[in-house]
Design a protein around this ligand. Structure first.
Ligand code: B16
Ligand code: MG
Length: 216
């Protein structure tokens, strides 16, 4: 039986994937990499430095910058991203997610955050939902990012639950793979997540009953 839920943040709780995209697009223009929907998609759930490497590689620029310059580029992207995050309000919580958090809380489920983003605490603060989470996996302490299972395994540990009592919610292929490899139940939002155990077209469709229906 499920006892805990681990939430991805960007693209699941708030549409910050759009903000990450905007800030990375700016950076791609700066380094001269053509911005495409495929490139944008490949960055979802991927850490800041790994995302930068993917953008540099896509334009053949991986050897054009020193480590120091790369760190400066990543900082510039993050500064632009934070400016966008500071405009968030509770109205930016994706449809249905506040109700779902309330439903989980009312039914005494454990709730933690499993986001690759170092800005996650800030985003939760602006959305005013920090208090729903009994823990936040610290991405700075992880050896491997999504699709490695480490982040979702850590989420289960934070809740003191075995993997088979945990579900993870994700909008990105790298995240679904991470949940599946951690041995947890994967819940995916978006049509293209073929490996998710439970699938919803929109965040508004999720509820305990709707999950149960797909599992029966
Ligand atoms: P930061 P998630 C991920 O968050 C984003 O999807 C990804 O686009 C971003 O690069 C990554 O966090 C790192 O974010 O630069 O803020 O540390 O989807 O795992 O919640
Ligand atoms: Mg995400």
């Amino acid at each position: 039986d499920l006892k805990g839920f681990a939430f991805d943040l960007d693209g699941v709780i708030a549409d910050t994937a759009r903000f990450h995209g905007q800030a990375w697009h700016q950076l791609a223009d700066k380094v001269g990499t053509k911005w495409t929907p495929e490139l944008a998609d490949s960055l979802k759930g991927v850490s800041r430095m790994d995302s930068l490497e993917l953008i540099l590689k896509a334009g053949g620029h991986e050897n054009d910058y020193t480590q120091e310059e790369k760190e400066a580029l990543a900082t510039e992207k993050n500064d632009n991203y934070i400016k966008l995050v500071e405009t968030l309000t509770p109205a930016d919580i994706l449809p249905g997610m506040k109700d779902f958090l309330d439903e989980l809380k009312a039914n005494n489920y454990h709730i933690v955050l499993a986001s690759a983003s170092k800005n996650a605490p800030k985003v939760l603060k602006y959305l005013q939902i920090t208090d729903y989470f009994e823990g936040i996996v610290d991405p700075a302490k992880l050896t491997h990012g999504k699709p490695d299972p480490e982040i979702y395994s850590e989420a289960a540990k934070l809740m003191n639950l075995p993997a088979d009592q945990v579900a993870g919610l994700e909008d990105a292929q790298a995240g679904i793979e991470s949940i599946n490899r951690a041995g947890e139940l994967s819940i995916g939002f978006g049509a293209e997540l073929k490996d998710a155990n439970v699938k919803f077209a929109n965040t508004a469709d999720v509820s305990l009953a709707a999950i149960k229906t797909q599992l029966d």
